[in-house]
Design a protein around this ligand. Sequence first.
Ligand SMILES: NC(=O)c1ccc[n+]([C@@H]2O[C@H](COP(=O)([O-])OP(=O)(O)OC[C@H]3O[C@@H](n4cnc5c(N)ncnc54)[C@H](O)[C@@H]3O)[C@@H](O)[C@H]2O)c1
Length: 252
Amino acid sequence: MISSRHEGRVAVVTGAGSGIGQATVVRLVREGAQVIGCDLNESGLATTTEQLGDLSPGVTLLAGDITDQEFVDHVVTSAGGRIDLLANVAGIMDHFVPLGDLDDELWERVIAVNLTAVMRMTRAVIPGMKAAGGGAIVTVGSKASTSGGTSGVAYTSSKHGVLGLVRHVAYFYAPDGIRSNAVLPGPVATGIGASSAPSVPWAMERAMLSMATMGAMAEPDQIASAVSWLGSDEAANISGAILTSDGGWGAA
Ligand SMILES: NC(=O)c1ccc[n+]([C@@H]2O[C@H](COP(=O)([O-])OP(=O)(O)OC[C@H]3O[C@@H](n4cnc5c(N)ncnc54)[C@H](O)[C@@H]3O)[C@@H](O)[C@H]2O)c1
C-alpha cells in the first residue's frame, strides 16, 4: 500500500482500461479504496487486472460504454449504493479536426464521450453522495479545457464544457458536502494516440505552434496522484478548482 489515504472508501473510475484511468485504479486500490472501474475496452481491463496482481480480487472491472445510460446505472449500482469518489477519466481525441472539416458524427461522438457521459456519470452519483452527506468528484480535462490551439474543435469544446460542469456541481452541491474539481493534464504517455492521428495537415501544423513550449511527457501515475489527492480528505476544503498537471506548460 502507498498510503491509507482512501482506506475504507469506495471509488468509481471511468477509462479504467488504459492510461490515466488505469493508473488511477491501481493507485486508489494501493491507497486502500474499494474500486469499481469501467471501460469500453475489455482487453484493456484485462491489463488492469494484470497490473493489480494480488490486489485484483478487491476490484470490480466492468466492460461497457459510458455514453449508454443503462451502463452508467449499472456501474453505479455495482458500487452497492455508496460512492465516496468518482473519477471521470475516460475520454477520446478528435484527430485535430478543425471546424471547417468537421462532420457531425465526429462532433457527436467526442461530445458524447467527453462531455455527455461525464454529465451522466456525475448525475448518477449525486443522489447517493447527497444521502451520505458528501463525496468527491474529480474530472480529467485537458490543456484544451483552457486553450483553443492544442486539438480539434470537438475535443476543445468538450474539454471546455467539462469545466462548466465541474464548477456547476461545486457550487450547487457544496451545501450537500459534494466537492467537484478538475485536473488538466499536459501530454501524458497513454493509449490516446489512437484517436489523435492528425487528419488535416495544415491544422496539425497550426496546433504544433501552440505546443512549442510543451514539456516532457508525463507518466499516467503523475496525473493519477493529482486525482487521488483532490478526491481525498486532504483536499476537503477544495472544490471548483482547476488543477493543471502539465509540468509548467500552462505557465508559458
Ligand atoms: N494522454 C494525454 O496526453 C492527455 C492529455 C490531456 C488530457 N487527457 C485526458 O485524459 C483522459 C484519459 O485519457 P488517456 O490519455 O489515459 O487515454 P487512453 O486512451 O489511454 O484511455 C482512455 C480510456 O477511456 C476508454 N473509453 C473511451 N471511450 C469510452 C466510453 N465511451 N466508455 C467507456 N470507456 C471509454 C478507452 O477505452 C480507454 O481505455 C481523457 O479524458 C483525456 O482527454 C489525456
